[in-house]
Design a protein around this ligand. Sequence first.
Ligand code: NAP
Ligand code: MG
Length: 462
Amino acid sequence: MKAHDGMYIDGAWRPAAGRDTIAVVNPADEQVIAEVPAGGAEDVDAAVRAARAALPAWAATAPAERAARIAALRDVLVARKDEIAETVTAELGAPLPFSQAVHAGVPILVAGSYAELAASYAFEEKVGNSTVYAEPVGVVGAITPWNYPLHQIVAKVAPALAAGCTIVLKPAEDTPLTAQLFAEAVHEAGVPAGAFNLVTGLGPVAGQALAEHEGVDLVSFTGSTAVGRKIGATAGAAVKRVALELGGKSANVILPSADLAKAVGVGVANVMGNSGQTCSAWTRMLVHTSQYDEAVALAAEAAAKYGDRIGPLVNAKQHARVRGYIEKGVAEGARLGAGGPDAPREQGYFVSPTVFADVTPEMTVAQEEIFGPVVSLIRYEDEDDALRIANGTVYGLAGAVWAGDEAEAVAFARRMDTGQVDINGGRFNPLAPFGGYKQSGVGRELGSHGLAEYLQTKSLQF
Ligand code: NAP
Ligand code: MG
């Protein structure tokens, strides 16, 4: 695949300071498809300087001009959506139809939403005898993971640009080609030089240098809780703003009045999409004891139907890790309803869609984020029991509630310690704030709440 051998800094592709490279691997066949430079502290420094130099002018542009540039960026993403989908499929392994609909489709929606918000947001308001200005936070260091490689970039870059911030992006080492394609799109959209910069590289090298850089005013991170905790500590020590979008172990609560077959079917699909590599996936399915056996049979059938249509996991490490979790589930006494730890193919990092039954709330597979196509069915006795189980992890990112009556589902959802809940299969909304309670993170992305993360207020009294 086509790859740039430099960093996108100050509006141009520039050679990296060092010679290290990252091999990009197609996880479906384990072949190296490209190499990109592995940047270090020097590259990060050059990118941060470029972003800082570009900040005053970009921060001072009229919101309508920023809106126009983001709209142009959306249009480039639309024009290049097939290329985006093919690139994501090549480096992440997602089946092409999923890449087209989700990996290419959702960023277009999100970029479009920020083109509109940049134009309509109240960057100035009167409060009593004050005028309050919402001003850009400054230079943003964005560190993104590989699981939704373009969405996670756009969910940070679009609102940051809308706010008037400038950005340095360090994407995941597994998916740098999508990030390079995005940099091309930013360039084509006419975003001024230095407003957006890309440094590809390894997390503990380029990522850490970015998080620690004095010239960065806000670090926005999406990824594992372990790295997020470290980045939060670094930012805290420097009294620097930080946004953390971390893991999840979300509950899909099926109340007895629900349409069981629909709730189980949608619930299994929610986990298997993107091969289970979704932070907000409903990986725990909570079913009333009276419906439990039927739910297990339905879930096993739904998972088996996925068969070969599921993509591989992103890399060998995740492959070993997820299969290790499945073995651990079996060792702790959970029963396999479908799938299992054996690799279904000789080549590629594939894992069979797996359903665990007889899972108790304290088992490892019910507590830790697996990040693979594994759903655990847990039984509950009554609603209070269901709530205790649903809230009984360190995470609180997402969830679902199913009931015959919407009001009944809403009443339950209001008691859940989590950032978003889909009611009876509610659709994704790119304007709804996305983010976690508890250890799922700090801050919100998307919509006007996501824009506010990149703003700070200045009050003038009269
Ligand atoms: P990760 O290490 O947290 O990766 C996320 C991003 O942080 C990547 O760009 C990574 O670079 C970078 N990074 C790593 N160490 C860093 C450091 N010390 N300082 C600054 N940046 C650093 O996640 P992972 O290793 O890819 O995945 C491990 C687990 O994290 C998964 O199994 C899953 O449970 C969870 N995860 C959650 C999400 C989510 O959306 N919430 C996304 C991905 C993973 P490299 O790419 O070079 O490592
Ligand atoms: Mg990592």
